[in-house]
Ligand binder design. Structure first.
Ligand code: NAP
Length: 248
């Protein structure tokens, strides 16, 4: 029986690359998306054409009722869960902290923090031996912004990713004896559409100069790190924050 992976925010970018690679490695995929249904369904179609198993499920991870429905849909489709990749994330237009309002902060923390917590909760309820599960792995997608702080761009987003790092450390310890490993990747500047939502589609060109490797990364390079952390190859690795950032 295939191992089952649920990837949040898998319609594009790092999530889609992770789902594609996981399918090629034999996982059955539950592909969550928020608004880009066409992209998610095209990905499902491509995975099925290649002989893999996948299903797409719409859900806003910031909403508790929708997260519950997402995991129930995954249960119905595959009957088990082995890996959660907490990838869904967003940022808003670049600005200084002294311009930010509470509504923006609420949106940024709801998707990036609450969404990851709610999905982790549902995964633990299914995977933990304490709840009758047979173990599993959670990979959170944080960011090097958590350590760099993202000044003049989005300190709110950086702080949200800092919360994800703390959650990774705490949850890893909380469920270590229950068969679940919890780790995070911290990507650097990766070539996806997220920079356009910050108002700077070409951000990668500007920021690449400050990356010791001299370039931005590709979504597939992050996906490979996620797949390693998810796999039994990383059987003694938990509570790790793995930078995938060109030495930044
Ligand atoms: P992206 O290309 O903008 O894709 C974002 C994905 O998240 C989309 O699939 C989107 O779904 C989904 N999403 C957004 N809000 C959601 C919500 N409320 N509920 C469910 N899904 C939601 O972003 P990316 O660059 O691949 O980023 C993926 C993760 O990597 C994020 O956590 C991001 O913070 C992190 N990261 C990215 C970089 C980078 O440089 N790209 C660096 C560090 C960390 P729809 O398209 O269906 O709306």
């Amino acid at each position: 029986m295939s191992r089952v992976m649920l990837v949040t925010g898998a319609s594009r970018g790092i999530g889609a690359a992770t789902a594609r690679l996981a399918a090629a490695r034999g996982y059955a995929l539950c592909i969550n998306y928020h608004q880009r249904r066409d992209a998610a369904e095209q990905l499902v179609e491509a995975i099925r054409k290649a002989g893999g198993e996948a299903t797409a499920v719409a859900a806003d991870v910031a909403r508790e009722d929708e997260v519950a429905r997402l995991f129930e849909a995954c249960d119905r489709a595959f009957g088990r869960l082995d890996v959660l990749v907490n990838n869904a994330g967003m940022l808003e237009r670049q600005m200084r902290l002294d311009e930010m309002d509470a509504a923006r902060l609420a949106r940024v923390f709801a998707t990036n923090v609450t969404g990851s917590f709610l999905c982790a909760r549902e995964a633990v309820r299914r995977m933990s031996t304490r709840h009758g599960g047979s173990g599993g792995s959670i990979v959170n997608v944080s960011s090097v912004a958590a350590k760099l702080g993202a000044p003049n761009e989005y300190i709110d987003y950086a702080a949200a990713k800092g919360a994800i790092d703390s959650m990774t450390l705490g949850l890893a310890k909380e469920v270590a004896a229950e068969g679940i490993r919890v780790n995070a990747v911290r990507p650097g500047v990766i070539d996806t559409e997220i920079h356009a939502s910050g108002g700077e589609p070409d951000r990668i060109q500007r920021v690449s100069k400050s990356v010791p490797m001299g370039r931005g990364g590709q979504a597939e390079e992050v996906a490979r790190a996620i797949l390693w952390l998810a796999s039994d190859e990383a059987s003694y690795t938990s509570g790790a924050l793995l930078d995938v950032a060109g030495a930044r």
